[in-house]
Design a protein around this ligand. Structure first.
Ligand code: TYM
Length: 335
């Protein structure tokens, strides 16, 4: 049986190390296993909070160039923009009929984001997880690589698929599994290690961006908050969120278990050695991608061509699912 992999990423803000470790590197790995592996830049989701239309277009290009620079290959995966495939919005509407309002109201991200809105809490913000369910279910994907913060949305998506199948026809939709990495699923803010690294809630000094200069990366890691253990202890622990975060970032970037990092650093003189080791590893990881990014981002015509070709392939798959769903729901003219 072939495995369809699907994931989505927002074209908002600047991509950071959390996106890179938690998601983007998993997307690249998914190209080997996915048949197909499908990655979507979710511009419709980005319209649920205040935004500027012209900036949104720029951000889609930024995000596409980052994903390609990271190693996504349009020959080996389907990379496209959500707004180019209208089936996503249609399926969102159809799935809304089997989604309990109460569950949407309880979603953590809805609560956090609606509190943060100054002028308008758009109904789209409430429907956000239903659109996300539609993204995945339209492709009957079996696996969804995401970071820890998406767990709740994935659970809702599974419930929606199960409820849809129970109501309209067994096995019409595939109930997907999440794929959350063992290490690096929740990269933390370097200044406030009790919160996740994020473009919206985090601190500028605590957020390492994929496109940060090496000097900025070094200085952010050097100033990372650790703890006052004396002597310093380079080990993970619930009481040591800052140090745990640094160990996990280094492990994820080196592709080794965190125990290895702890063992390797037992002779270190203090947290300074750990900070420099992480910074150097992150710079080495990002530098080649940054160089590729500059070349890719400069050619917007080529980016649009890649997205358009991806959308054609995506639409062909999604249209088949939509035809089945419309038929099962009795919507539109009979087949
Ligand atoms: P978004 O754009 O906020 O984030 C993209 C991916 O990055 C992961 N991530 C993190 N991983 C580890 N540590 C962090 N600090 C960190 N911050 C972000 C996220 O878990 C995500 O995998 N709702 C989604 C986009 C989406 C989607 C989908 C995802 C739309 N449709 C369908 C999967 C399937 C989001 O806002 O991701």
């Amino acid at each position: 049986m072939s495995l369809t992999i699907f994931s989505g990423i927002q074209p908002t803000g600047r991509k950071h190390l959390g996106n890179w470790i938690g998601a983007i590197t998993q997307y690249v790995a998914g190209q080997q296993r996915g048949d197909p592996a499908i990655y979507c830049i979710v511009d419709l989701h980005a319209t649920t909070v205040a935004y500027e239309p012209a900036v949104l277009r720029e951000r889609v290009h930024d995000t596409a160039a980052i994903l390609l620079a990271a190693g996504l290959d349009p020959e080996r995966c389907i990379l496209f923009r959500q707004g180019d495939v209208p089936e996503h919005a249609e399926l969102c509407w159809l799935l809304a009929s089997v989604t309990p309002l109460g569950e949407l109201n309880r979603m953590h991200q809805f609560r956090d984001k609606s509190i943060a809105q100054r002028e308008l809490v758009a109904a789209g913000l409430l429907l956000y997880p239903v659109l996300q369910a539609a993204d995945v279910l339209a492709y009957r994907a079996g696996e969804v690589p995401v970071g820890e913060d998406q767990r709740e949305h994935l659970e809702l998506m599974r419930d929606v698929a199960t409820r849809f199948n129970a109501r309209f026809g067994d096995a019409l939709l595939v109930v997907p599994e999440h794929r959350i990495p063992a290490v690096g699923a929740r990269v933390r803010d370097l200044q406030e290690p009790e919160r996740k690294m994020s473009t919206t809630g985090g601190s500028e000094q605590g957020t390492v961006y994929v496109l940060d200069e090496p000097g900025a990366i070094l200085s952010k890691f050097k100033r990372a908050v650790t703890d006052s253990d004396d002597p310093p202890q380079i080990r993970r622990g619930e009481d040591k969120p800052g140090v745990t975060n640094l160990i996990e970032i280094l492990a994820a970037v080196r592709g080794v278990p965190p125990e290895r990092v702890e063992d390797d650093l037992t002779g270190a003189r203090g947290y300074g050695d750990l900070k420099v080791a992480v910074a150097e590893a992150v710079v080495a990881e990002l530098a080649p991608a940054q160089e590729r990014y500059r070349a890719l981002r400069a050619d917007e015509g080529a980016l649009e061509e890649i997205l358009a070709a991806g959308a054609d392939k995506a639409r062909a798959i999604a249209a088949r699912t939509l035809a089945d769903v419309r038929d099962a729901m009795g919507v539109g003219a009979p087949r």
